[in-house]
Unconditional design. Sequence first.
Length: 368
Amino acid sequence: MGLMDRMRGEFVDIVEWTDDSRDTIVWRFPRYENEIKMGARLVVRESQVAVFVNEGRIADVFTPGTHTLETQNLPLLATLKGWKHGFHSPFKAEVYFVTTRQFTDLKWGTRNPVIVRDPEFGMVRLRAFGAFAARVTDAAALLRELAGTDPQFRTEEVQEFLRQLIVARLSNALASAQVPVLDLATQQDALGARLAGLLSEDLASVGIAIPKFLIENISLPEEVEAAIDTRSRIGIVGDLGRYTQFQAAEAIGDAARNPAGPGEGVGLGVGMALGQHVAAGLTPPPAPAPSVVTPPPLPAQQQWYLGVDGQQQGPYDTAALRGLISNRSLTRATRVWQPGMAEWLPAQQVQELAQLFADTPPPLPPQS
C-alpha cells in the first residue's frame, strides 16, 4: 500500500459498499490499520446492514440509511472505547457489510438416492433436485457462526452445508408426508413449502432463512418407471383380447406390405395363421348349454319296529303301519321302537303314532 493510500485510509470520510458480484454475503471494508475518522459518513444501502466489530466483539449494527459516525451514534462502541462525549479522533474498528437480499441462484440435489416406503411399490429409491433462495436475517449471528473474519464470504462457502441439511430434511419430509410415489408430482409445491419452514427453523441459529424452496423433479428408479409404464399401457388397452386382435391385424398389414421374395411363402403362411387367429377372436363364443335342474331327493320314510308276542317285527313305514292298525295287528298297547328312541314304548305314548290311531275308526259293534 502506498503512502497516499495510507493517508486516505487513516482519514476515511465515506464508508460504503456497492456489490457487483451477486454472490457475496459478507464483505469487510478495507482500510489502513482499521482506522476510521470520527465524523465520517456511513452509507448503508437497501438490502444491506453494516456491522462494527471492535477487538473481536460485535459493537454496533447499522440498518439502511446514511449515518454520521459520532460518539452519540455509536453508544456501544463508545462504551467499549471509554470515550467521553465530544471526542473526535479517529477510531479503529472493523466494518462488515452483510447482504440481506435473497440469493435465488442456489441449487440442490441428492447425490445418493433417498429411500422411502411406498404403500404400493414397497421400498423405493428416490432422487430429487431443485433450487432454493436464502437470505440473512441476523447479521450478527451469521458473523459469529459462519463468516467469522472472512473478508469476502460467498454463497459457495455455505451452499454445501445447506445442501447437506436439505438432503437430511428431505428424507424425513417425504417419509412423514405419506404421499404415494405416483402422487408426488402433485404434492411438490406443498413439500417445498414444508421444507422451507423446517430449514428456516434449523438455520435460525446461524442467522439464515429459506424463504423459497422449489422441487423441480423427483425421479424414480428405472425398474419402477418401467412398471408404471406397463401399468399405463394395460390401463389404456383395457381389453387384452381386443389388444391381441389389434396386434394381429397390424402384423397382417405389415406382412402384406413386405415385397415378394424368397420368404414370400413363409410370409403368406404367417399371414394366413394370423388371419385365422383374428377370425377366431372375432367369432363370438358359443352360448353355454342350458343347465338341467335336478329336484332334490325325497325325504326318507320313518321306519318302525313292533314288539308282538316277544318277537321283533319290521321295519314298517308309516303307510304299512296304517294297514296294521286297520286289521288290528297294531294296537295302542303294542310296543314300538325306531332309531333314536331310548326304549320300547306303547304306540299310544308316541306322538307320531297317536295321530294314526285317531284317523282309524274303531271296530264296529257286534250285531244284535
